[in-house]
Write a protein that binds this ligand. Structure first.
Ligand code: DQA
Length: 149
C-alpha cells in the first residue's frame, strides 16, 4: 500500500498567542483554529498532516531535522521573528532539502524595515505574506498538489 504524503506546518515564536496578539497585524484567528482547518483539509485529501509550534529556535531546528527522518514531503513554515534572524533554521531547511512555503500573516514588506529581510525566502518554493490565516490554507492547497513532486 502506498504511504500517504506527509505535510508539516511549523510555527515560530509567539504564534501560540494568535487570537489575542496584536490583532491589527495578525488577526483574531487562533493557532488551534488554523491547525484544525489545515488538519481537516489534509484529512479530506488523504494526506498526513502534523503541526508544531515553539518559541525556542533550537527546538524548531530539531523539528526540521526530525522531519527528514520522518520522510516529510512538504513544509509550511511561519518562522515569525526568526524569519529575520535565524541562520540556524535556514541551514536546517537547506540541509534537509524539504520543499517549503514561507507564510506570514501580515505583509512584512509593508512594515518596519527589519522585517523586509528574510533568511528563508530565497530557499522557499514561494512566500505568502499579508493574507492572514488564509495564507496557510492557500499554502496547503499548493502543497497538496505538489508534495512529493
Ligand atoms: C510574522 C511577521 C514577523 O515579522 C513577526 O516577527 C511575527 C509574525 C507574520 O506572520 O506576519 O512574529 O511572521
Amino acid at each position: 500500500m502506498a504511504t500517504s504524503k506527509k505535510i508539516l506546518a511549523l510555527h515560530g515564536p509567539n504564534l501560540n498567542l494568535l487570537g489575542t496578539r496584536e490583532p491589527e497585524h495578525y488577526g483574531a484567528v487562533t493557532l488551534d483554529t488554523i491547525n484544525r482547518r489545515l488538519a481537516d483539509r489534509a484529512k479530506q485529501a488523504g494526506v498526513n498532516y502534523a503541526s508544531y509550534q515553539s518559541n525556542v529556535e533550537g527546538e524548531l531546528v530539531n523539528r526540521i531535522q526530525q522531519a527528514q527522518r520522518e520522510g516529510v514531503d512538504f513544509i509550511i513554515i511561519n518562522p515569525a521573528a526568526f524569519t529575520h534572524t535565524s541562520i540556524a533554521m535556514r541551514d536546517a531547511l537547506a540541509a534537509v532539502k524539504i520543499p517549503f512555503i514561507e507564510v506570514h500573516l501580515s505583509n512584512v514588506f509593508a512594515r518596519e524595515e527589519f522585517r523586509h529581510r528574510s533568511y528563508f525566502t530565497d530557499l522557499a518554493v514561494g512566500i505568502i505574506s499579508g493574507l492572514g490565516s488564509k495564507g496557510y490554507e492557500l499554502a496547503l492547497e499548493y502543497a497538496l498538489q505538489h508534495a512529493g513532486d
